[in-house]
Design a protein around this ligand. Structure first.
Ligand code: TXA
Ligand code: MG
Length: 326
């Protein structure tokens, strides 16, 4: 099987129609979202969900985010406390995932939630939510990459990685946010950040008026089982906080100032020459892939500030640099 690719920038109606057809057959479709490309399938159909896990080679204890067309649809499947509702009203459609109590018997299959009594829900921007509305059911969708590898921000990334295993890839151009959604869980007055992502924690704090809690280490992994340490792994080793380049390394810089000895590097990229964190997030996964494709043994990455979207960037980079469990 080699995936058909439909470009929705020229052929949107055809894209919706063809995607609904494949989803209706119980098969996954790769679709653009504002964060990264997702591998979407009917969240109520166990064999469709099984196909997602198989296609990605993903462990089944790692639950999937269920994507909804809007808040009204989401309320069908999950119970909203007042703070979660306010966050949904503020940030949806957009890169925020809320972990909420699942309404039993609502139709989302236990394979999508890995049997938990909670469900991760988000309303994506643009094509993906139009598709969900047309399909009429929630779509379970992890990032459309082989488990453990770098997430795709272009249709080409998906086709190169999973094209032989899929029937259809929808091309919506480059994903504008570039890192996955921020995942939060509200319990009483406590708001916990389970994964930094496309909405800065500071933006959420502005709305809720309380400081977000960041679970650390083992607690974070149990809470969001997908947050396994080694992830986003390129073939090369990744060296972080590089303030100087070593001979033969491929260098990923940030901002206008070059790191020391940058002329020693075999190849060079810059996530954002002007030092803009949103631009850096949008470029992150594509530049990691391109840096990896240079064949360097080591990718050295300059320090990135840890505020705003920098928190998500540094989270993904530290996973890319983590020891591999091979
Ligand atoms: O931006 C995104 O969120 C992208 C696009 C495609 O929407 N999706 C994405 O999915 O990043 P995935 O599967 O790569 O990450 C889902 C994360 C995992 O870390 C998983 O553990 C967590 O969400 N998760 C899902 N349901 C959960 C639940 N009920 N409780 C705790 N964590 C949950
Ligand atoms: Mg992923």
């Amino acid at each position: 099987m080699t995936a058909d690719i439909i470009d929705i920038r020229t052929d949107r109606d055809h894209g919706i129609e063809a995607a609904c057809q494949v989803l209706g057959e119980g098969l996954p479709v790769a679709v653009p979202t504002e964060t990264v490309y997702g591998l979407a399938a009917d969240a109520t159909n166990p064999s469709a969900i099984t196909r997602i896990y198989e296609t990605k080679g993903r462990p089944r204890f790692n639950p999937l985010i269920c994507h909804m067309a809007d808040l009204a649809m989401a309320e069908h499947y999950a119970v909203f406390d007042p703070i979660s509702r306010k966050l949904a009203e503020t940030f949806w459609p957009g890169p925020l995932t809320l972990i909420l109590p699942l309404k039993p018997e609502s139709g989302i299959h236990a394979l999508a939630t890995a049997g938990l009594d909670t469900v991760g829900i988000r309303v994506p921007k643009g094509f993906a939510s139009d598709l969900i509305r047309a399909f009429g059911k929630p779509l379970a969708a992890p990032s459309a990459n082989t488990s453990g590898k770098i997430s795709p921000t272009r249709a080409r990334h998906v086709a190169d990685d999973l094209g032989e295993k899929l029937k259809l890839v929808i091309d919506g151009g480059t994903a504008p946010v570039g890192v996955e959604s921020t995942i939060v869980r509200v319990e009483g007055d406590t708001i916990r950040l389970l994964r930094p992502g496309g909405i800065a924690a500071e933006e959420i704090e502005k709305i809720t008026g309380t400081a977000i809690e960041r679970p650390k280490g083992a607690a974070a992994i149990i809470e969001a089982p997908g947050m396994l340490a080694s992830h986003y792994a390129p073939g090369a080793q990744v060296r972080l906080q590089a303030t100087e380049a070593k001979a033969g390394e491929t260098l990923i810089q940030f901002g206008p100032e070059a790191v020391r000895n940058s002329n020693e590097a075999a190849a060079m990229f810059n996530l954002s020459p002007s030092g803009d964190l949103a631009e850096a997030a949008a470029n992150l996964f594509d530049m990691l892939k391109r840096a990896d494709a240079t064949g360097a043994r080591v990718i050295a990455v300059a320090p990135i500030p840890n505020h705003g979207l920098g928190e998500a960037i540094n989270d993904r980079l530290s996973r890319a640099a983590a020891p591999r469990d091979t």
